[in-house]
Design a protein around this ligand. Structure first.
Ligand SMILES: NC(=O)c1ccc[n+]([C@@H]2O[C@H](COP(=O)([O-])OP(=O)(O)OC[C@H]3O[C@@H](n4cnc5c(N)ncnc54)[C@H](OP(=O)(O)O)[C@@H]3O)[C@@H](O)[C@H]2O)c1
Length: 350
């Protein structure tokens, strides 16, 4: 059987994932050839040293390079951005071209985020929407929630999911949307080791010498250790390579989660650890309004500030669990990482 060709995009999530792939013991994964779409020479050099093929591109608008690269592969895993509908469409169309030319089965594995299903507690953008737990097995509810929320207030990451579904269907490409919550923990990748909102909140707290959160802090955010998220990508890829059933299209929207925290809990833990390390002046957590947070973060889009810093979203990862995915890090592990992540951020910012 011809060697399957895999194309990866992205740095943090993907690079974590690349190291998991290199270490993978699965014969199907070991036999595949892996290329990575990169825009930096340093990244290309490091990845080539690891035995990976790299393809240079200029950025998300480099449609012709992206499409051509995808057309040379059987499987694309896009972890670069869940907010770029154009990037997703170019990758899927490239795969569609390969399918038309060679008649082979092609798969697009996309990265999205659970904030697509978040409520809007302050701006009240989605009247009557309570963000009750939604399972990835409830396909009709998942897709209608995406559509209804996006009609009420467009959000680029949701628009991109809907684009993936539409372009995948039109191009005859199997699409799988891995929807992740907030990442925590240290990646074993070759570039950035930290990801997600904790380091952002730490950076902001360092600037203000005090942790701040937005609004009343009662919103609930789910989380996952970066290694456990990478394991879902590996599992989906392995199943695709081995010809096992993996839902695609609307059914292929898959959630990842293992545990949750409120913004208040995160703020208090960050403040306590930051103060004990001497990085902050106080353990008190400051509360900002959406407008104040937008100004502090330098973000114009107040809807984004609400969704990313003050909302609740709850999903249930039934599909991955039905494939025997078992998170290695038990619920509550996030709290063990607050101090080490603080130390890493302080080290990086020295
Ligand atoms: N991290 C999380 O906690 C989290 C949670 C939920 C969902 N997600 C989803 O995962 C996606 C990726 O997250 P991440 O944390 O891995 O992000 P990241 O570390 O910031 O990585 C972004 C990647 O996109 C590339 N990139 C950014 N702007 C680009 C541009 N204009 N042209 C070409 N490449 C560009 C970067 O390339 P360079 O290395 O060259 O800069 C990098 O490889 C997010 O968009 C989101 O949809 C992440």
């Amino acid at each position: 059987m011809a060697k399957k060709k895999i194309l990866l995009t992205g740095a943090t999530v993907a690079v974590q994932f690349i190291s998991a792939l290199i270490a993978s013991q699965a014969a199907s994964v070991k036999n595949a050839s892996i290329s990575v779409l990169v825009r930096g020479e340093e990244q290309a050099r490091v990845l080539q040293e690891k035995g990976l093929r790299t393809i240079n591109f200029k950025g998300f608008d480099d449609d012709s390079t992206i499409k051509k690269a995808a057309s040379e592969h059987d499987i694309v895993i896009n972890t670069a951005s869940g907010f770029e509908a154009g990037l997703a469409a170019s990758l899927i169309r490239g795969l569609g071209d390969r399918k038309n030319a060679l008649g082979v089965d092609v798969h697009y594995i996309h990265t999205s985020g659970t904030t697509n299903y978040a409520n809007s507690p302050t701006l009240n953008l989605y009247q009557g929407y309570a963000a009750a737990t939604i399972s990835d097995k409830a396909t009709t509810q998942v897709v209608s929630t995406l559509r209804q929320l996006n009609e009420a207030s467009p959000y680029a990451q949701r628009t991109t999911d809907l684009t993936v579904l539409a372009v995948g269907k039109e191009a005859g490409v199997n699409t799988h949307i891995i929807t992740i919550p907030m990442l925590f923990g240290f990646g074993t990748g070759f570039f950035r080791k930290l990801s997600g909102q904790l380091p952002i909140l730490m950076d902001e707290a360092l600037r203000a010498r005090q942790v701040w959160i937005v609004g009343d802090g009662v919103g609930v955010k789910q989380h996952i250790h970066v290694e456990d998220a990478a394991a879902v990508y590996e599992l989906v890829l392995k199943r695709v390579l081995e010809g096992l059933d993996v839902p695609s299209g609307k059914e292929g929207i898959m959630f990842v989660e293992n545990g949750s925290h409120s913004w208040n809990e995160a703020g208090e833990a960050l403040a306590k650890a930051g103060k004990s390390l001497g990085a902050l002046d106080t353990e008190q957590v400051k509360r900002l309004t959406l407008e104040e947070a937008a100004k502090t973060l330098g973000i114009d889009d107040i809807n984004y500030v609400e969704v990313a810093y003050a909302s609740t979203s709850r999903v249930s990862a039934e599909t991955a669990r039905s494939f025997k995915w078992q998170p290695k890090w038990p619920k509550g592990s996030i709290w063990e990482f607050i101090e080490p992540e603080w130390r890493a951020v302080l080290e990086e910012r020295k």
